[in-house]
Design a binder for this molecule. Structure first.
Ligand code: ATP
Length: 244
């Protein structure tokens, strides 16, 4: 059964998007008739991809190739400019952990809010608050606003919420670097359990060793295009041949 399908997905991004936007300067330049549209870059170029349920897919490619962007499009964090993305099943995007939190409100309220963002009902989330706090080791912080947590604690909370129920699709960006050593081991164990099950997994990594060992299939992205897809060992070999 199909888990993820991308048809001709393209994404253009403004190259200045990551820099702070200066409203005053922009308005002034419009007023003076000097305004120019910021340049845009094609970050994903006509991506076709079908992932079957339970497949473990590694995504490889050089810096800036579009790997993280592809994961964000599949997770619904970014909308493609053109093309279609279809995802079937509960998805746990373990990327930008905690990016959806409201720092002014309490840990408990954020658990409810974030869970709803991930597609769970409020009632369902209320039942899960206890196990999430326990896994994140944040029981003593339940009424503290998220701005009072350390960045590691925020990531722990994001991970605990996204993985509290076994997802059907797991999206991982690079080897997980959540929290301290002992928490990382705990996360790794939870992920290993998903790996042995029927969960569909998409993982970005620069470790070819890991991709070969852990993924059945791999896709190689190059400058936003899908260069090669297939058996992970073969894709890794072609990629390594091209860079050495
Ligand atoms: N917020 C953003 N706004 C505009 N362009 C962006 C933004 N984030 C990334 N890009 C651009 O999108 C392209 C793809 O970036 P992406 O982060 O997906 O690459 P990557 O393959 O994951 O790279 P890496 O291996 O370095 O993590 C790059 O050219 C990058 O400059």
């Amino acid at each position: 059964m199909e888990s993820i399908r991308l048809d001709q997905v393209c994404l253009w991004r403004r190259t200045q998007e990551e820099f702070s936007y200066d409203l005053k300067k922009t308005l002034l330049s419009i007023f003076e008739g000097k305004y120019r549209q910021p340049p845009k870059k094609l970050v994903l170029d006509k991506i076709d991809l079908v992932v079957e349920k339970g497949e473990k897919i590694g995504i490889i490619g050089s810096n800036g190739a579009g790997k993280s962007t592809l994961l964000k499009v599949i997770s619904g964090i970014l909308q493609p400019t053109t093309g279609n993305v279809r995802v079937r099943g509960q998805i746990a995007p373990l990327i930008e952990l905690g990016a959806g939190f409201d720092s002014e409100i309490s840990v408990i309220d954020n658990i409810l809010l974030y869970g709803v963002l991930l597609g769970f009902s409020r009632a369902e989330m209320k039942e899960r608050v206890g196990s999430i706090l326990e896994f994140a080791e944040l029981e003593d912080y339940r009424f503290v606003p998220v701005k009072g947590l350390s960045s590691g604690m925020v990531a722990r909370l994001g991970f605990a919420i996204a993985t509290d129920i076994q997802p059907e699709i797991l999206i991982l960006d690079e080897v997980l670097s959540v929290g301290d050593e002992s928490f990382r081991n705990k996360c790794q164990k939870r992920i290993d359990k998903f790996w042995d099950s029927h969960v569909t997994i998409l993982v970005v990594s620069h470790s070819m060793d890991f991709i070969e060992k852990s993924c059945d299939q791999a896709i190689w992205l190059s400058k936003g295009s899908l260069k090669l897809a297939g058996d992970s060992k073969e894709v890794v070999k072609s990629y390594l041949d091209s860079v050495t």
